[in-house]
Every structure is written in structure tokens, then in C-alpha cells.
Write a protein that binds this ligand. Structure first.
Ligand SMILES: [Zn+2]
Length: 317
């Protein structure tokens, strides 16, 4: 685990086409972010999708997730049970599993795949409620994956490719909990997942709701896409999935979110994306008071250690 701060190396950035409409024209909405890394957030003039552009290359993203992600986002390098409880991750994953059971999407004996499984709390909740399920996880960070195997009793893989190479049984339920917004090309990813699914499979996706952003902290290196209900539905449709449900919800100790349930049945009609510019003004508002957020962050990093030092000097006297 590296202790040096991660910097956004310009040579590891690339301009990408919109994954939804393949458009190349964008409007700049924000040029700053939570960590002041210089992330640029744009809206696609074709379909309205809000995304980071330019984006870190695949190699840069891999470097970030394998060596730096957890330090930035969890302030801890290794998961523990007390940490899971303190962040209410167990409560949040139990709520998601209850939702899937109530809808009849999660049933005994199913093969369940959690993509971006982190420390395994979601699959732990699945196993607690449905012990006869067979649980599979994809998690690139080794420390999290090792913990998840013990915590959730699951089979672990580091990537979708590695999972595919293991020639798994058809998957009945895929769970992607606050993961799709991190993925380099969400349409391609969902497409590549389809051959692994059982014919009647369901895919549960939960993402932050762009319309509910309130602060600059919503914009950061890890989230490459920001979805509203229209762009989430179009992402699913373009990847050849039928949308059964999209709705807002408020998970415990997490941003207000959008959750959806998909099936791998090609929709009969593929609606043309309509650019409703959903959330564009929200992004501009988040960036508007960036100076305040950066000032607070600077005080925390610079002045707080001095205050602690001053107190210890005082005590020493
Ligand atoms: Zn687009």
C-alpha cells in the first residue's frame, strides 16, 4: 500500500466518446472536484449523460484502485467487523437484500454474483438470509477479497474475465451496489456480462442519484459517470437489457440513490436518447462553492496537525 498521495498524471488521461450515444461533443459543467485533482465533469450534448472527460486510462484506474482507493475513500487499509458496523455497511446491505427478497428476485438455491464486492458485506447478508445460495464475488483489491472470502463464504475472483475463465454455472442474480459509476465503459461492461447470465436472471444496480448531489464531494476521481433515471435506463437498454424497475431510495448512511432491476432480455424497442440535461445545473452548483470546500480541506490538512502539536507542547510544559 503506497502512502504517497495519488496525482492525476496528465499523460494518463484520455478523451473518450460518450458510451451511450457515441457522441464526441460535450459541455463543461465543472473543472474541480473533492480532492482538487483537476477532474473535469461534462454533459454529453447528444444524450445528456454526465461524465468525467478526459478520463484516466485503464492502467491509471487499475493503479488507483489497487494501491490508493481505500486510503482516499475509507480512511483505512484493511476492513474489520467493527469498521463495517461503524459505517453501517451491514445495515445498508441487509436493506438491499430485504428489498430483493421482497420482490422475489433473490430465492433459495440461486447463484448470486456480487461485482465490486468490497469486504463481502452484501454476500454475507445474502448468505445469512438464504444459506442455500451459491455466492460468487468479483473484487480487484486483494486485502478486501481475502476478508470477503472469510466474511461471506464466497468464491472470489479479481475480475469479470477471471470469473468467466473459471467456467462458472449460469448466474441467477447479479448485484452491483454503487459500482456502475466507477466502470470505464458501463455499456460495454453490461454487454460483456450477458453471456454469464441464466435466461431468467436479474441484475440489481444501485448508483448515486445525480439529482440529489449537494456538495463538491460528489465529484471525485472514482466516479466516472453520474446517472439520472433517464441515462441509467438508456445505459441498460443500449447494453440489451429490459428495465423492470427504476426508483429513488435512501440507503442508510449513503447518498440518496437510484436502484434498478434488469433482465437480460433484449428490449423490443430501443428509444433514442433524449437530452434532458438532467442534473447539469446540480453539477454546476456543486462546483460553484469549490473555494469553500478546498479551504476547509486545506485547514484540516495543514492547520489541524499544528493544533495537535501545539496541544502536546502545552501538555509537555
Ligand atoms: Zn451521449
Amino acid at each position: 500500500m503506497s502512502t504517497s498521495p495519488w496525482t492525476l498524471d496528465r499523460s494518463r488521461l484520455e478523451h473518450v466518446a460518450c458510451p451511450l450515444c457515441l457522441g464526441l461533443e460535450f459541455e463543461r459543467l465543472a473543472a474541480t472536484d473533492r480532492y482538487d485533482m483537476g477532474i473535469v465533469t461534462v454533459g454529453c450534448l447528444g444524450c445528456g449523460l454526465v461524465m468525467t472527460n478526459p478520463q484516466p486510462t485503464s492502467e491509471a484506474i487499475e493503479d488507483f484502485y489497487s494501491r490508493h482507493y481505500r486510503r482516499y475513500y475509507r480512511q483505512s487499509v484493511a476492513p474489520t467487523l467493527s469498521y463495517i458496523r461503524a459505517l453501517r455497511i451491514d445495515e445498508r446491505t441487509s436493506a438491499a437484500v430485504d428489498f430483493l427478497i421482497e420482490r422475489g428476485e433473490l430465492r433459495p438455491g440461486m447463484a448470486v454474483l456480487d461485482i465490486g464486492a468490497s469486504e463481502g458485506s452484501m454476500l454475507r447478508a445474502v448468505g445469512d438470509r438464504m444459506p442455500t445460495t451459491r455466492r460468487f464475488a468479483i473484487e480487484p483489491a486483494a486485502a478486501l477479497g481475502d476478508f470477503a472470502v472469510q466474511h461471506a463464504g464466497c468464491e472470489m475472483h479479481t475480475s469479470l474475465c477471471e470469473f468467466r475463465d473459471s467456467q462458472p454455472e449460469p448466474v441467477d442474480l447479479v448485484i452491483m451496489n454503487h459500482v456502475l459509476e466507477h466502470i470505464k465503459n458501463p455499456v460495454q461492461f453490461l454487454l460483456s456480462m450477458k453471456p454469464l447470465l441464466a435466461p431468467n436472471a436479474r441484475v440489481y444496480i444501485d448508483v448515486p442519484d445525480l439529482r440529489e448531489y449537494r456538495k463538491l464531494s460528489a465529484l471525485h476521481i472514482a466516479h466516472l459517470y453520474h446517472f439520472g433515471p433517464e441515462t441509467l435506463a438508456h445505459t441498460a437498454a443500449r447494453a440489451g437489457y429490459t428495465v423492470h424497475l427504476i426508483e429513488k431510495h435512501a440507503p442508510p448512511k449513503h447518498p440518496r440513490s437510484l436502484r434498478c432491476v434488469l433482465s437480460p432480455t433484449v428490449p423490443t424497442t430501443l428509444p433514442e436518447p433524449v437530452n434532458q440535461r438532467t442534473g447539469w445545473q446540480v453539477i454546476r452548483s456543486c462546483a460553484h462553492h469549490a473555494w469553500y470546500a478546498h479551504g476547509k480541506r486545506w485547514i484540516r490538512r495543514t492547520a489541524a496537525p499544528l493544533l495537535v502539536f501545539g496541544r502536546s507542547q502545552h501538555r509537555a510544559r
